[in-house]
Design a protein around this ligand. Structure first.
Ligand code: IMP
Length: 189
């Protein structure tokens, strides 16, 4: 049996996303922005964020797969989400980033392997500016020295789901962000 415990309520999330949008608006200084969301986890965060940004903005989505760290319902959580470090792009942007003010939007910064890979890749497109917005940050798990420019919340070393984040594709539609803990039995259907 899995146990869900609310870590960040929908109201806390909404308030923080509004603050982040205000900061991003101020930093944009009237220039247009291109948000690049990482599927699927960042989709809900991105949609709440961009609707509150008060400059001309559009968005794209990219997708990556990380070998070894996508948990399946039969795996024990803690081992299942340790990354092997190999990241691969599975969906690219549909438009050029050259000369644009790009904001990469990620759900969670964990080991930093994904963000390190994506920063290198997207900065290679020669955007005018490049910033990173993450909703959640687990600094204690970092393997690569990478930070976001905008961070919603720093959280402890727990596996979280909801507001776009999944465990084996489940729980993405929870409105709150919850800590997911597995019991010894992992026989979920
Ligand atoms: P990193 O490359 O280790 O920084 O991992 C980033 C990715 O791992 C995120 O975009 C998520 O897809 C996944 N991830 C890391 N921690 C969690 C978690 O607590 N819940 C759900 N997904 C997570």
């Amino acid at each position: 049996m899995s146990e869900l415990k609310v870590l960040l309520s929908r109201q806390q999330i909404a308030e923080r996303v509004t603050e982040m949008a205000k900061q991003i608006t101020a930093d944009a200084k009237g220039e247009p922005l291109l948000f690049v969301g990482v599927l699927k986890g960042a989709a809900i965060f991105l949609s709440d964020l961009v609707r509150q940004v008060e400059v001309d903005a559009t968005f794209e989505f990219i997708a990556v797969s990380t070998y070894g760290n996508r948990p399946t319902p039969t795996q024990e959580l803690r081992h299942a989400w340790d990354s092997t470090g190999e990241v691969k792009l599975t969906k690219d942007v549909d438009q050029s980033l050259r000369g644009k003010n790009v904001i990469l939007v990620e759900d969670i910064l964990d080991t930093g392997l994904t963000l390190t890979f994506l920063k290198r890749l997207l900065q290679g497109h020669q955007p005018k500016s490049f910033r990173v917005a993450v909703l959640l940050d687990k600094p204690s798990r970092r393997k690569m020295p990478v930070e976001a420019d905008y961070t919603g919340f720093q959280i402890p070393d727990e596996f979280v789901v909801g507001y776009g984040l999944d465990y084996a594709e489940r729980y993405r539609n929870l409105a709150d962000i919850c800590v997911l803990r597995n019991g010894t039995s992992t026989n979920e259907n």
